[in-house]
Ligand binder design. Sequence first.
Ligand SMILES: Cc1cc2nc3c(=O)[nH]c(=O)nc-3n(C[C@H](O)[C@H](O)[C@H](O)COP(=O)(O)OP(=O)(O)OC[C@H]3O[C@@H](n4cnc5c(N)ncnc54)[C@H](O)[C@@H]3O)c2cc1C
Ligand SMILES: *[C@@H]1O[C@H](CO)[C@@H](O)[C@H](O)[C@H]1NC(C)=O
Ligand SMILES: *[C@@H]1O[C@H](CO)[C@@H](O)[C@H](O)[C@H]1NC(C)=O
Ligand SMILES: *[C@@H]1O[C@H](CO)[C@@H](O)[C@H](O)[C@H]1NC(C)=O
Ligand SMILES: *[C@@H]1O[C@H](CO)[C@@H](O)[C@H](O)[C@H]1NC(C)=O
Length: 536
Amino acid sequence: MVLKVAIIGAGVSGLASIKCCLSEGLEPTCFEKSDGIGGLWQFTEIPERGRNTVYRSVITNTSKEMTCFSDFPFPEDCPNYLHHSVLLKYLRAYAEHFQLLDHIQFKTTVYSIRKHPDFASTGQWVVHTETDGQQASAIFDAVMVCSGSYAEPRLPLDSFPGIEKFKGRYLHSWEYRDQKEFEGKSVLVIGAGNTGGDIASEICRTAAKVFLSIRNGTWVLSRVAVSGWPSDMIFGSRLMTYFQWILPGWIVRRMKAKIFNRWFNHENYGLVPVQSSWTPVIVNDELPCCILSGAIVVKPNVTEFTETSVIFKDGTRENNIDVIIFATGYSASFPFLEETIQNICDNSVSLYKRIFPPHLEKPTLAIIGFIAINGSIPPVAELQARWVTRVFNGLCKIPPANRMMGEVAKRKKALIKIGFPMEKDSAKASFVAYMDEIAACIGVKPNLLLLFLLDPQLALKILCGPCTPYQFRLTGPGKWEQARSAILTEWDRVLKPLKTRVVNNPRHSTASFWFLALGFSFLGASLVILKCSSRS
Ligand SMILES: Cc1cc2nc3c(=O)[nH]c(=O)nc-3n(C[C@H](O)[C@H](O)[C@H](O)COP(=O)(O)OP(=O)(O)OC[C@H]3O[C@@H](n4cnc5c(N)ncnc54)[C@H](O)[C@@H]3O)c2cc1C
Ligand SMILES: *[C@@H]1O[C@H](CO)[C@@H](O)[C@H](O)[C@H]1NC(C)=O
Ligand SMILES: *[C@@H]1O[C@H](CO)[C@@H](O)[C@H](O)[C@H]1NC(C)=O
Ligand SMILES: *[C@@H]1O[C@H](CO)[C@@H](O)[C@H](O)[C@H]1NC(C)=O
Ligand SMILES: *[C@@H]1O[C@H](CO)[C@@H](O)[C@H](O)[C@H]1NC(C)=O
């Protein structure tokens, strides 16, 4: 019997889920409330409630080789960081290539998902939908929730006394499209996440003044790393991750601070994060320059608003503020799920492997792409979907509810112990570690020791090079014949779009050389730091 799977949403996660259902012999039906695929990468000019999209100037903060689905590389002449329209084009090409569109019902909103009366024995769900005012319901053997984690803007007005008196305009960043309406205005941006940083550095070029209020500080990483390579390819390697496992936490923190401060001293710029065991990082190329040129003024937490001014925690006051933009993030929201499940889905850490609500009698409901991670989402969502569909069809086993709940509780406790704030976006998982964990469940984690014997060239790339998604298509279920060559040629695809003016230089160093050099300097640096600190 073919199992029927309901998929909620046709964004990045939904598309990957449809594809994995098809390759695992399941029958997917995807419900999408808008009229197109791509989720938040589908740019809309006019903000609509309940529908989030990127702003006009967004380019990805993850590079193309790290952001692609594992068996569908970006075209080789595609730039490394992608404008949102380019990413949307890629998603359309993916949907067409794997013939996913026939399985999507557009303009259909899922408003309720309830357990079937026989749930305890069948694990089935009743899915209620609405299309053009017409309601319908159907029974499914399993559900993949791919509705995104950026649906519900978080606007904590209660913690900003006096905001009701404020005479100017205030808005949440989900309404932001571009800098036009802020020209010549005096603007306060609250929050220094990726969005707050982006918006502040975009509007400061034409605004009269921009203040950026920062509570806890953050490290800022440029997209352009050493020698101009994409930074997620440099930092997202297994070697880096293994080093961080081996070395004690305080050394890692000190080394990270050194690396981040090499671009600019975060303390001088008022950005340095409060001392903690986790490392908040945003990706932004312009922020330091905007601060250095006085276009952005960094301020501490806001304590109070008055009719036209704002008072900060350090007692300073800025008058004549025209606009406040709250870049205070989003909350998880799955209004169509049963309340008991909704309560658990406040944070991906509460889910088994950040996917399954752990308390259900049958593991037939999975949440895809919900995880907060320090890498790109598409390959993560895809790997999650590969595993989940194999759990659904019985080829992968997962533990019973009590064991899953036990593991979730244990992980939560460990995170709280080292001082992780349990808000979304701060408890970010490590990209390489998480990908390996899920890959191991499917049986597609690359076996480095074996590879060093059989294919040392490839093994070296996998160890020292970036953890590109193709690495999870080398063996096991879902193996892709071109995976090996995709890994060996990844740096060629990085350079291809840059070859628009060919320079006739006799020789230039290759990327793998830089990798080895970087790896060894990392090792060297850690030894030096170890030595220095044991001396002092
Ligand atoms: C400004 C911004 C920049 C980002 N940049 C990057 C980046 O550079 N790299 C990266 O990897 N990630 C980035 N992200 C993260 C991004 O969330 C993921 O890349 C990815 O788009 C998540 O896809 P998704 O399918 O999980 O969710 P979404 O894209 O939000 O898609 C969810 C879909 O579900 C539909 N839906 C929701 N509820 C229902 C319902 N009840 N019934 C029917 N349909 C429903 C929605 O209409 C939507 O189409 C960025 C996010 C933002 C906000
Ligand atoms: C900073 O502001 C937020 C929101 O206004 C408030 O909840 C928080 O307690 C403040 N934190 C500090 C350290 O003042
Ligand atoms: C910010 O720092 C304060 C302590 O200074 C801490 O209590 C709080 O959890 C931090 N918030 C975030 C979101 O990291
Ligand atoms: C993500 O975090 C892990 C562990 O903290 C770290 O090893 C890795 O370098 C980080 N990856 C990126 C791309 O920053
Ligand atoms: C990229 O930006 C999005 C949205 O602001 C954010 O959620 C994500 O964590 C960022 N990714 C990285 C690797 O910093």
